[in-house]
Design a protein around this ligand. Sequence first.
Ligand code: TXA
Ligand code: MG
Length: 464
Amino acid sequence: MGIPTETVYGLAANALNPEAVVNIFRIKNRPAFDPLIVHIPDAAAAEQYVTHIPAPAHALMEAFWPGPLTLLLPRRDCIPDLVTSGLPHVGLRVPAHPLTQALLHALPFPLAAPSANPFGYISPTTARHVADQLGNQVPYILDGGPCTIGVESTIVGFDDQEAPVVYRLGGLSVEVLEAVCGPVRLQLNQSSNPAAPGMLAAHYAPRKPLLLGAVPEMLEGLEAQKTAILAFGDTSGLPKVRRVENLSPGGDLSEAAQRLFALLRTLDADPDITAIVAVPLPEVQLGRAINDRLRRAAAPVLLSRKEQVWRALEQVADPEIPVLSVLDLGIVREVSFDAEGNLEVAITPTYSGCPAMKVIEWEILATVRSLGYPHAQVRTVLQPAWTTDWMTPQGKRKLQEYGIAPPGERGRLNRLLFESAAAPACPLCGSTDTNRISEFGSTACKELWRCTACLEPFDYFRCH
Ligand code: TXA
Ligand code: MG
């Protein structure tokens, strides 16, 4: 059944009965490597399920139970493997919600309960959220009203020295926790082989792309008319978009936590919105847990649109020297978006008449259009003219490895004034004892040289 807690709604089953617990995994579509928190009525009940309670755990139970704190403790055999995914510890928590408190006191067994959302989606903070998503699969939902905290419990385990380790930021802030048990270590991102497996990088995610960061930058490449901003505090300086929702106009972090998941759901369901831009909160108290959820919600996107385009351009090779990308060549001047979200890539040709430029333009268009910008354009910028000084150091290194002597580092003006062309070193043996055979090599931008040491001819990418 669905149960209310002060953090988020849970999907509960008898924790001691694997056949009941397996239904949770089925209904949530949750991978079996992700263990479940076991909910107990009070601290005294913990002894039945764990073999040992470290001293700091006692202090934490005393201070924060009932409340948004889950403790990882060495389990007894009565806890099924399915509940802990075979891990040696069980996560225990005493929830503070009065309805669930009453339920746990009435039941002769503890309740295994993950958040009552389909795996990876936003956690529910009202009974309605649970009903909307899992309603037809869950026989009962206990409606306890909206959750008062709004983000999941903080998960704390203990290392070999019994020092507390925070595995998940949550409704109990690190500052408040440390006031009781002293400094704690954080171990939060365990995406590959997790000890607290729920800490997957992508989680709590709406179906629409969510971008987290400075608003003007995140908005690039998005259509403002179809974008929502999830704001915090003062919104006066925000650019105009379709919709702005404020986690807390007064800048209250507790209020923000409480509203976070419901607002994400609202924006996810708004048919006029295609993307959500979230403003990061101050990295203190509950702000840290909220940012953590937002980062995971943003993980499938993570990069701004602009960054995604730059990354993709790294894959566009120069057709003449395929080891060089257009970025190595230094011919991409700018990646920009207009108000409608149309992408434009500005490039400067290596030299006018270069036969490769048209092909490069096609390649760039094909690449960025396949990223989802069907109307992308390439603009050619002739001023200032390209110079080999724009080639990246990495590009020059790649040239050398490819067997072409890279252009020297001299400033262009220098070269024009003094023509002090020192002989390029042979890219094959490194000797500087080289001489020019022809002013033109395999293409017009190269000269043909020969090494007098190893006798091999080679191309030199002319400095210009
Ligand atoms: O506030 C909460 O903790 C809510 C309410 C319903 O109590 N529950 C919740 O459960 O958030 P869930 O399953 O969505 O997240 C529990 C997290 C998972 O990331 C899981 O990997 C971790 O706790 N966890 C549970 N038992 C664990 C264990 N034995 N060892 C390590 N991590 C554990
Ligand atoms: Mg969850």
